[in-house]
Design a protein around this ligand. Structure first.
Ligand code: PGA
Length: 255
């Protein structure tokens, strides 16, 4: 079974190998879809390969090889049959001081190595308060994607930084407006129609139904809730909404 909406799980630095065994057993049984992308902590990636869902890496370095202790390159990730890389997550920008220029180098090297990029962008609380959300999104899209020519392998994750791990989300209207804005910018500067834009930031089983029905939304990125049982319900809800949307677009409209 497949769905047109993406469901990305970002495990961050959570779970031990014992937890992973249990987790994997559950999701293998319950989540039988291709559009789920699991991004485990890197050392556990091998456990997640060769299942129906896809696998992503939470970060990569911006060189393909060399003396960079502790880093993993896009080429190495691809050689493990990893298909996706999260790039520019706000925790990387914040704790590891990644700049827009470094993120741009990472994006470009991933694309060169045929890794699909999930590029995270979003505003801080203060930027939101000062009504700078659009300005921030535009600047990040311009700097992070500078020089990129091929966009088929790019997914944008709109992740307001203040919503991550806070149990707070923007209103559905605000998410919709930001998604539309991102798509407009991609069209204006890069001439790309319909780039997939997903939402991340405190997605849970309580709010996913509402989030999934936001117009033009192409999926969700789930952090904290992705390591819990709740993730199964989140994925099922997305699939249900998706199926309903597909059915309703197939019904000929009566005049
Ligand atoms: P959260 O994390 O779902 O725990 O808010 C989302 C993210 O960091 O991508």
């Amino acid at each position: 079974m497949t769905s047109s909406k993406l469901i990305v799980a970002n495990h961050k630095m959570n779970m031990t190998s014992m937890d992973i065994n249990q987790y994997l057993k559950k999701i293998k049984k319950e989540i039988n879809v291709e559009n789920v992308i699991i991004c485990p902590t890197s050392i556990y990636i091998p456990y997640f390969l060769k299942h129906i869902f896809k696998v992503g890496i939470q970060n990569v370095f911006y060189e393909n090889k060399g003396a960079y202790t502790g880093e993993i390159s896009p080429r190495q990730a691809k050689s493990m049959e990893i298909d996706y890389a999260i790039v520019g997550h706000s925790e990387r920008r914040n704790y590891f001081l990644e700049t827009n220029q470094e993120i741009n180098k990472k994006v470009r090297l991933c694309l060169k190595n045929n890794l699909e990029v999930i590029l995270c962008i979003g505003e801080t609380k203060e930027e939101k308060r000062n009504r700078k959300t659009e300005q921030v999104l535009e600047q990040e899209l311009l700097e992070n994607l500078e020089g990129v020519k091929e966009f088929e392998n790019i997914i944008i994750a709109y992740e307001p930084i203040w919503a991550i791990g806070s149990k707070k989300t923007p209103t559905m209207k605000e998410i919709e407006l930001s998604i539309r804005f991102i798509k407009q910018i991609m069209k204006k500067y890069y001439h790309v129609d319909n780039i997939p834009v997903i939402y991340g930031g405190s997605v849970s089983e309580e709010n996913v139904q509402e989030i999934a029905t936001i117009p033009k939304l192409d999926g969700v990125l789930v952090g904290g809730a992705s390591i819990k049982e709740e993730f199964i319900n989140i994925a099922k809800t997305i699939l249900k909404v998706d199926k309903n949307e597909q059915n309703s677009t197939n019904i000929p409209k009566t005049r």
